[in-house]
Design a protein around this ligand. Structure first.
Ligand code: NAD
Ligand code: TYD
Length: 351
């Protein structure tokens, strides 16, 4: 029996990681720790909450004393750390939350793990989930990011994730903490909070609301279906050597404007609208401050070392994603209205 702490398991990627580990590994005890910020929603993991190897605890990783207490009382064997403030636009408006959760929160977890695991570090694992945004921005001609690309973060979000990655490596080098890190490209799929491009635009197309395209619309992102990210996390968690870093990417670059047109075509078709109906919703707005031009990942190390590569074709993943958001109207309605937060606040207040 292994006891694994997964942080941020009520968020987008974390909820898929939790479901995967709870159902694929009944021999593991999965401990989902989440603060339930605006981005955390227990509905995302409602289908696994009655499994006997699953537990949820509402906690804040910025509380260092509490993290230490938890590590002491629960004696986790491993951590998969996903809890973070994750939205670039919010980091521009309010960077302090990003320092607190992404940097101080990560260091609190590292400190707790170091204190509790110090006598047998080799039997444990601290897996830090990070982003390709730490590498900065590519020109259209540049080669994709490799694990050797120098860090050059631009947004406050990317700066906070870069700082957290450095702390993870510092604990490995200084305290021999058994760490692994992965840096992944943009994810898409079910349960993503509708402030990020794909769910926001699906929702807006459906409700005939404007689609705010930042700047030229030519910025490029490398999109990966969330279940492929989870499969990579599984492989790295189980097979990577201590101290390793892996890039994870979809080998699937899209200029925003092309992606948006594709999205419009699919949503219009699924809603029975005539082709191109929603193109008029495209609205060019001022560019995001410091908007990175292009992200692209070279994930060949992960393929050659651990045999991982993306399996979900973009056309298939994109269709599935659109269908999920159109089918789960109630989920979208509840997260956009904030009703779920009030519900869970009341539910957990008394515990
Ligand atoms: P998300 O915003 O959907 O979820 C984050 C979760 O963390 C939420 O459930 C939130 O409640 C929780 N959380 C926030 N602050 C907390 C705190 N102080 N204590 C405890 N829990 C807290 O994010 P996501 O898109 O699922 O991203 C998860 C991780 O993956 C992040 O570390 C992010 O940097 C990384 N990542 C995301 C992407 C992407 O495309 N979404 C790509 C690469 C890496
Ligand atoms: P986002 O989903 O916020 O991910 P990230 O900034 O982490 O890559 O945005 C993806 C791309 O879409 C990015 O280039 C910014 C752009 N974008 C828009 O043009 N309009 C929007 O309303 C949003 C949210 C994003």
């Amino acid at each position: 029996m292994k006891k694994i702490l997964i942080t941020g398991g009520a968020g987008f990627i974390g909820s898929h990681v939790v479901r995967h580990f709870v159902t694929k590994y009944p021999q593991y005890e999965i401990f989902n720790l989440d603060k339930l910020t605006y981005a955390g929603n227990l509905e995302n993991v409602a289908d696994v909450e009655h499994h006997s190897n699953y537990r949820f605890v509402k906690e804040d990783i910025t509380d260092g004393d509490r993290m230490l207490q938890l590590f002491r009382s629960e004696q986790f064997d491993a951590v998969i750390h996903l809890a973070a403030e994750s939205h670039v636009d919010r980091s521009i408006a309010n960077p302090v939350d990003f320092i607190l959760t992404n940097v101080a929160g990560t260091v609190n977890l590292l400190n707790a793990a170091r204190a509790i695991w110090q006598h047998q570090p080799e039997t444990h694992r601290f897996y830090h989930v990070s982003t390709d945004e730490v590498y900065g921005s590519l020109s259209f001609e540049d080669q994709p990011f490799t694990e050797a690309t120098a860090y050059d973060p631009h947004s406050p979000y990317a700066a906070s994730k870069a700082a957290s990655d450095h702390f993870v490596r510092a604990f490995h080098d200084t305290h021999k903490l058994p760490v692994v890190i992965s840096n992944c490209s943009n994810n898409y799929g079910p349960n993503q909070f509708p402030e990020k491009l794909i769910p926001l635009f699906i929702n807006n197309i459906k409700h005939n609301k404007p689609l705010p395209v930042y700047g030229s619309g030519l910025n490029v992102r490398d999109w990966l279906y969330v279940e492929d990210h989870v499969a990579a996390i599984d492989a790295i968690f189980h097979k990577a050597k201590n101290g390793e870093t892996y890039n994870i990417g979809g080998n699937n670059e899209w200029a925003n404007i092309n992606l948006i047109k594709r999205l419009i075509a699919i949503v219009d078709e699924k809603l029975g609208r005539s082709p191109g109906t929603s193109l008029s919703l495209i609205t060019c707005v001022a560019d995001r401050a410091g908007h990175d031009l292009r992200y692209a990942i070279n994930a060949s190390k992960l393929k050659s070392d651990l045999g991982w590569e993306p399996t979900v074709k973009f056309t298939e993943g994109f269709e599935k994603t659109v269908e999920w958001y159109l089918r789960n109207e109630q989920w979208l309605e509840s997260v956009t209205s904030g009703a779920y937060q009030e519900y869970y606040r009341k539910m957990y207040e008394g515990r």
